[in-house]
Design a protein around this ligand. Sequence first.
Ligand code: C6P
Length: 406
Amino acid sequence: MNAIDIRSDFPILNQKVNGKDLIYFDTSATSQTPSPVIEAMDEYYKEYNSNVHRGVHTLSTKATDSYEKTRMKVKNFINAQYFEEVVFTRGTTAAINLVARSFGDMIVEAGDEIVVTEMEHHANIVPWQQLAKRKGANLVFVPMEEDGTITRESIESVVGERTKIVAITHVSNVLGTINDIKEIAEIAHSNDAYISVDGAQAVPHMRVDVQDLDVDFYAFSGHKMLGPTGIGVLYGKSELLERMEPIEYGGDMIDFVDLRDATWTDVPVKFEAGTPMIAETVGLSAAIDYIEEIGPENILDFEQELVNYAYDRMNEVEGIEIYGPRSRAGLITFNMEDVHPHDLATVLDTEGIAVRAGHHCAQPLMKWLDVSSTARASFYVYNNKEEIDSFIESLKRTKEFFSYEF
Ligand code: C6P
């Protein structure tokens, strides 16, 4: 990876915040956008902005062509078998809600079990809670090890003949835990259960092959992988999507409407009601090109180097507690003794460093960790070790400041 070239593609990083060079360590919340993505969307609005699947005029045909080409690009990117298995959604949250509402309502009955973990983002726990409530089903939690990982044995201890769906994150947005989805899918399927994966923090950072993982559903967001906000993907095995009912009605998904009834068009458009996110698919397409050019494998390696470096250096700072396993994705969630994470994030911001503080939309996990909130630094292709060095110096200064006896 040529780190300098990559960084120069991100105009937003070339600015001062509070008088200091911006250090953006909040990619897990949303990634920054490289020039080719901005330019692709700019070109769309300047040259072929139009609605899709509706018009026969040139601009509409061009927009439709681009929209469907992005679907094909996503199919190749995640190695889905058919392009019909790629549904565009607003993001990961919308994708998971679609699975829980449509597929969940179809297959879950009273007394069934839905297996989740305590490390889930709210987007991958609340839709399943609501499904369980609607159906009189039970949520069952995979026991976690002390370091925030789960083992084959812990999965096997909860997946059984009552399990209908295992809903699990690929990478935890707090702990950085990377779950072995292939193994979990195998356990789910050998118990005649389905598996739905939250891939929001995985797809931007590593090669994801949905056929190799053998997952039934897989969700991710464009804005965490160098693309724009407002676009995400639900991958679903075609035979499952075929059986599912839409949860939104109108626009593109309609086939025929009578006064008292209607029929739907085919998968995947059946799940894309209304005018879809057209410019956003243009941006997503350019983001995938960008990631493919670097290579997801190189991204993972590069982030591993950064996160290991940061992890080791953070141990130099007195009173830092890091949560999650030693072997992790490119993020570090932590607390500093005697300093509230919001105060810490505010002080870091005065030095131009953007980190996230709070519960990270994972309140059950905060409870499991026995904290109310934490700070989190997360890394991506545009970060470097010099930024981590500055971050460490800022942490040391912050610790000194809050330890000062007035
Ligand atoms: N996590 C974070 O700062 P949306 O908002 O739909 O694009 O993604 C939701 C989501 C789902 N699953 C995981 C594992 C996530 O990390 C997120 C988003 C951000 O950690 C914002 S809360």
